[in-house]
Design a protein around this ligand. Structure first.
Ligand code: FEO
Ligand code: CA
Ligand code: CA
Ligand code: CA
Length: 606
């Protein structure tokens, strides 16, 4: 019981009211459980979590910190089980270690942080009695990849002099993946993981004197002297004065084969290097992968990669081996958007132009093409292919790509092929010396963000032209500068700072938020993209104090979310927690994965 009967199919639930509870709040008639918490042992031999006596060795066998992107993959032959893959974006040392001194971290604390970064693969199992989902510890597929695990560089940049280091003179093997934010799941059974804010881990950019190298670091936000976490004190590779190329080995899309625990994940350099938020594929009519990607930075760009090889079907080893090469060959494009309304009607207030829509057309501008054997060709005048792939942001600058309001997650609808781009916010839009409003980014000092709907020409994923319109202009529906695809605003939930997006089996778009500016906690929302109820946005759950909603997945009978950085409030620490979620007073706050289901066993939102 408890499910509402009104609304679009898949969205028939009573919306959750915005709130500031230190809890995950779900609609009436729905149950929830914590699937897996930071520190839960998942590998054979890993000890139970003991925050007062944590060690790097223990952490390397336990679920990592700040889970972000989630993927659920089928597990054939094991009834009621699935394979969960999670990103661990970053560590929050002040919330992890009692008495943490940010100026003087210990070696053990730093090594715990290395082990708490990266990825987790953990098999999960449905609890038939109560509807929950739980981790299966010690399953042979369970795996941790951390900031010290080997990753192979693949595609046009592998072996480049700009990725060679003392420890890796061939420039092919990187230790670790860092700041994995969102990601994607491929139709060939692998997962993609975006290395986002890698800049924060590298020290002493200020000591790099070569002007070209210095300009490259600056364009990627690698600046200053000591890094926030001081890792450079414990491993020279995080010190650019000692290892100038190490930062070039991060900022890629990682591809993981979760079904092969022995496999070395690949950094797919043909997809370019920037602050990769996410990477979600769609197939062309003839079976080639197209991957949509955002660069989460104020005034940066969004991209797509169009593969040149077709996916092999069937489960043979040869087919799978072939599919693991698909992301090494193809063309990388960046988006340029043009509005169809007169520029003077886009005044920065968010007022709709006279044609009633923020909309227009666009082109995908080719930047470079990668071929077999690591060969590549640049399409950008004055840049080599190697430069385009390593310093992709400069390529976007040169070709005049459209400066967006922080492109976060991008996903094509599996139902319609339309692509949804979450533009989370941009507090600098329209400021002196910064880009002003345009029809796709129409609000100055944009606090609440927007979601753009992109339609490829002839609905072909490989098209080089597209149409677009703003599907949602987020904020309090009572704010005139909001828009919900034309749906009556008195009937929608308030939303702010859209970040990750996913689709339910009915084709509705689900949106998680990061950094709600409306005075309540972040949450998860569903919205119809088609039919009479297009634009009807409803809040499905809310987050604990300080947490961002990440990694949403919506299956027929279960919703999965990452509760990332709960308790992350200025001034909070282990001793002075802002949140004690999920275990309550006296217990340390733990980022965790939560599952939600209908207590009567029915489908979500039906
Ligand atoms: Fe890690 Fe752009 O969010
Ligand atoms: Ca994100
Ligand atoms: Ca218009
Ligand atoms: Ca975010």
């Amino acid at each position: 019981g408890g499910a509402a009967t009104e609304g679009a199919r898949g969205l028939r639930f009573a919306p959750v009211a915005p709130n500031t509870a230190d809890a995950v709040t779900v609609p009436g008639g729905y149950g929830q459980n914590v699937v897996v918490r930071w520190g839960e042992p998942i590998l054979r031999g890993a000890p139970a979590f003991d925050p007062e006596h944590q060690s790097a060795k223990a952490q390397a066998g336990q679920f990592g910190y700040n889970n972000d992107f989630l993927s659920l993959l089928p597990l054939r032959g094991e009834h009621g089980r699935q394979v969960l893959v999670a990103n661990h974006e970053y560590t929050d040392e002040i919330l992890m270690f009692r008495g943490y001194d940010p100026a003087n971290p210990t070696r053990e604390q730093v090594e715990i942080a290395w082990a708490a970064h990266g990825l987790s693969v953990v098999v999960v199992e449905e609890n038939r009695k109560n509807g929950g989902l739980n981790a299966v510890s010690r399953h042979h597929l369970n795996r941790r990849l951390t900031a010290t695990s080997p990753f192979r560089l693949s595609g046009p940049v592998a072996g480049s002099p700009l990725v060679r280091t003392k420890a890796d003179p061939k420039g092919t093997t990187v230790l670790g993946t860092l700041n994995n934010c969102s990601g994607g799941t491929t139709p060939w059974g692998t997962t993609l993981h975006g290395e986002e804010n890698f800049n924060q881990y590298f020290a002493n950019a200020a000591k790099v004197t070569d002007p070209t190298a210095a300009a490259r670091l600056k364009r990627y936000g690698v600046i200053g002297e000591a890094s926030e976490r001081k890792w450079e004190r414990f491993d020279d590779r995080f010190d650019l004065a000692k290892e100038p190329n190490e930062a070039n080995r991060f900022g890629w899309v990682v591809e993981l084969d979760p079904y092969d625990p022995e496999s070395t994940p690949r950094k797919r350099t043909a997809l370019g290097r920037f602050k990769h938020e996410a990477a979600q594929p769609r197939l062309t009519g003839d079976g080639r992968p197209v991957v949509y990607m955002g660069d989460d930075e104020k005034f940066d760009y969004f991209y797509k990669f169009v593969g040149s090889k077709r996916m092999a079907k069937g489960g043979s080893r040869a087919a799978h081996a072939h599919n693991l090469t698909l992301l090494d060959e193809g063309t990388l494009y960046v988006a340029k958007l043009t509005g169809d309304s007169p520029a003077e009607q886009i005044d920065g207030t968010g007022a709709l132009p006279s044609d009633g829509e923020f909309d227009g057309s666009g082109t995908w501008i080719p930047l470079a093409t990668a071929y077999a054997g690591g060969r590549a060709e640049s399409h950008v005048e004055g840049m080599t292919a190697e430069e385009v792939y390593l310093f992709t942001r400069f390529a976007g600058d040169k070709v005049g790509a459209t400066k967006m309001d922080r492109p976060e997650d991008i996903e094509p609808s599996p139902r319609t092929g339309k692509v949804y781009v979450a533009l989370t916010n941009n507090s600098d839009r329209g400021k002196a010396g910064k880009a002003g409003p345009d029809e796709a980014n129409p609000r100055n000092l944009n606090k609440h963000g927007q979601i753009l709907e992109l339609t490829e020409a002839r609905n072909r994923a490989e098209s080089t032209t597209f149409g677009w319109s703003l599907f949602l202009v987020a904020g309090d529906p009572e704010d005139p500068a909001t828009y919900f695809a034309g749906f009556p605003k008195e009937r929608v939930s308030p939303i702010s700072c859209p970040d990750n997006v996913t689709f339910d089996p009915h084709g509705n778009l689900w949106i998680s938020t990061d950094g709600n500016q409306l005075g309540s906690h972040d949450g998860l929302f569903g919205v119809a993209t088609r039919g009479e109820l297009r634009g009807e946005l409803k809040q499905f759950l809310t987050m604990p104090t300080g947490a961002e909603t990440c990694g949403p997945l919506v299956q027929d009978r279960r919703v999965l979310v990452s509760v990332q950085h709960p308790g992350e409030i200025d001034g909070a620490s282990v001793e002075r927690p802002a949140s004690t979620w999920p275990d309550g007073p006296g217990r340390i706050v733990r980022p965790s994965v939560v599952s939600v289901w209908r207590t009567d066993g029915g489908d979500i939102g039906i």
